[in-house]
Design a protein around this ligand. Structure first.
Ligand code: OGA
Ligand code: MN
Length: 318
């Protein structure tokens, strides 16, 4: 696979790495909802490149949501603060990935939300902590900082392909417990030593096979900083589980599998495939500058959508 510019069904496609990441121009976002053949062509590109970047789309909240709904059913954002927590956006389908409060002020260093956001800087894939996992995320920029705040992406599909066959054989059998609060604890151990009842109720652990089939038919790894323990076919202890998981995260995040997406301005949108890639937030002057980023998340409807059967965790470790 090359990185030469490709003209595909009316789009101009500039690959970033061979087979991973592409800037796509020529999508008529002003005409959302788009014809089914346009959606089908974009899904083909997504299956090929996993991460698609669209510049200056002109999308607003309503058309962002509408376009995303053409790709599948959308996740509703949880309210970790409980049912009385006010909505920041017009739609509950929009997840807030920015650093602003309801009144437009900056989320202050040290607050729980600031601590929560730290977890996004760990390599992850969205919603692996849900039993009904998601296939796509579409992150739309509304305000970007002048410096920094890129999003890094990792080609997990290729990183898995490059593992030795003996390793793949071990991994193919395994079922992994994913837990949002696990990655929060790694990023902010003191703050997330305790998790509130609303938080815990909103996100309980989920179980997924480690090795899965990617939309292009190749095998891939389903991995994220949310991955906590090996729970099947046997339960491993936390230390042994984390050693394996982070050995693999370190492998998948080697420079040859990574590119860094720069946000040029409002309207830029990145659509990534959570089944075959990882990503992470990167620093910017978050106490000085505003970054307003809104994300829709599309449920998976494929064979791995509902994950693996919850294991018998109360069984003694073998
Ligand atoms: C996300 C996310 C990273 C960023 O929205 O899922 O991880 O750079 N965002 O905002
Ligand atoms: Mn994310």
């Amino acid at each position: 696979m090359s990185t030469e510019v490709e003209h595909y069904k009316g789009f101009t496609v500039k690959p970033i790495l061979p087979g991973f990441g592409a800037e796509v121009a020529g999508v008529p976002f002003d005409q959302v909802p788009l014809p089914q053949e346009t959606i089908d062509a974009l899904i083909e590109l997504s299956n090929k490149y996993a991460v698609l970047i669209f510049r200056d789309t002109g999308l607003d909240d309503a058309r962002h949501v509408k376009f995303s709904q053409q790709l599948g059913e959308l996740e509703v954002c949880p309210k970790f603060g409980g049912p009385d927590q006010p909505d920041r956006f017009s739609s509950r389908y929009l997840f807030d990935a920015g650093n602003m409060n309801l009144d437009g002020s900056i989320v202050k260093e040290g607050t729980r939300r600031w601590q929560y956001n730290k977890g996004n800087a760990l390599p992850h894939t969205d919603s692996s902590f849900n039993q009904h996992r998601s296939k796509y995320s579409l992150l739309l920029a509304h305000l970007v900082p002048s410096v920094g705040g890129n999003t890094d992406f990792f080609n997990v599909r290729q990183a898995y392909a490059d593992l030795p066959e003996e390793k793949k054989e071990v991994l193919r059998e395994l079922v992994i417990e994913h837990d949002l609060w696990h990655s929060r604890k790694i990023a902010a151990p003191e703050e997330f030593q305790t998790v509130t009842a609303h938080e815990m109720a909103a996100k309980q652990p989920a179980y997924h096979k480690f090795v899965q089939t990617a939309p292009n038919g190749n095998e891939t790894l389903f991995i994220a900083a949310h991955a906590k323990r090996v729970v099947g076919p046997q339960v491993w202890d936390l230390e042994k589980s984390q050693k394996l998981i982070w050995e693999l995260i370190d492998h998948c995040t080697k420079p040859e599998y990574m590119f860094s997406a720069k946000w040029n301005g409002p309207g830029d949108m990145v659509w990534w495939d959570n089944r075959t890639s990882m990503h992470r937030a990167t620093p910017f002057s978050d106490q000085m500058e505003r970054r307003d980023m809104r994300r829709t998340t599309v449920f998976d409807d494929g064979p791995y959508a509902q994950g693996a059967m919850p294991p018998m965790l109360d069984m003694p470790a073998a």
